[in-house]
Design a protein around this ligand. Structure first.
Ligand code: ADP
Length: 200
């Protein structure tokens, strides 16, 4: 965990409130937090949801490996400590997006329950929507688009989630998706949930 190093920082009293920013967006902000094994479909479904919401005129933004692990978090690896810091930073960035009236959609394995719960605790109730991509390990391993499971099984990658590092499934996720269903159907389930909750 990163400790607070600056001692002379105070929050500005923002003239524009969160409610006003949300009103301008026409919907609330939130984090849609996809979690699940590698190759479970998080990124694919997240991006389809992003496109669908965008075409409905909703303000969305996907935070995923490309723009986070290669940028903001490029100094972090895959130890438990670095994974925790990775998730903490993503959570903080997602919170800023949510406050700005954007639906931030994150797609990270985020294998540890306590790291995800720590992000949930950063947000107001209803602003953190945990989406568990529930895809059996065998299915993920058969997909293996980047050959990572193969390498992990061969011992060439250590600490790979699902192989020699644990994945802690959410206990009370807002949504559970069966990752063996068609992608489009899964994206529509997410959008139906958001509509039912009055988020879009
Ligand atoms: P993750 O982001 O969880 O690592 P990806 O979204 O990259 O997983 O998906 C891994 C692979 O599985 C991709 O090749 C993707 O096209 C495929 N895939 C994802 N979801 C489904 C699905 N519901 N049905 C069939 N194939 C899928």
């Amino acid at each position: 965990m990163a400790e607070q190093k600056a001692t002379n920082v105070t929050w500005h009293d923002h003239a524009v409130s969160k409610a006003e920013r949300w009103a301008l967006s026409g919907h609330k902000g939130a984090i849609l937090w996809f979690t699940g094994l590698s190759a479970s479909g998080k990124s694919t479904v997240a991006n389809v949801v992003d496109h669908k919401l965008h075409s409905l005129g909703k303000r969305t933004y996907v935070l995923d490996g490309d723009n986070i692990r290669m940028g903001l978090n490029k100094n972090l690896g895959f130890s438990a400590e670095d994974r925790a810091e990775n998730i903490r930073r993503i959570g903080e960035v997602g919170k800023l997006f949510a406050g700005a009236g954007v639906l931030a959609i994150t797609a990270f394995i985020s294998p540890y329950r306590r790291d995800r719960d720590a992000v949930r605790a950063l947000l107001e109730p209803g602003e953190f929507i945990e989406v568990f991509m529930n895809t059996p390990l065998e299915v993920c391993e058969a997909r293996d688009p980047k050959g990572l499971y193969k390498k992990a099984r061969a011992g060439q990658i250590k600490g790979f989630t699902g192989i020699d590092d644990p994945y802690e499934a959410p206990e009370k996720p807002e949504l559970v998706l069966d990752g063996t269903k068609p992608i489009d159907e899964l994206a529509d389930e997410v959008i139906a949930y958001l509509k039912a909750k009055g988020l879009v």
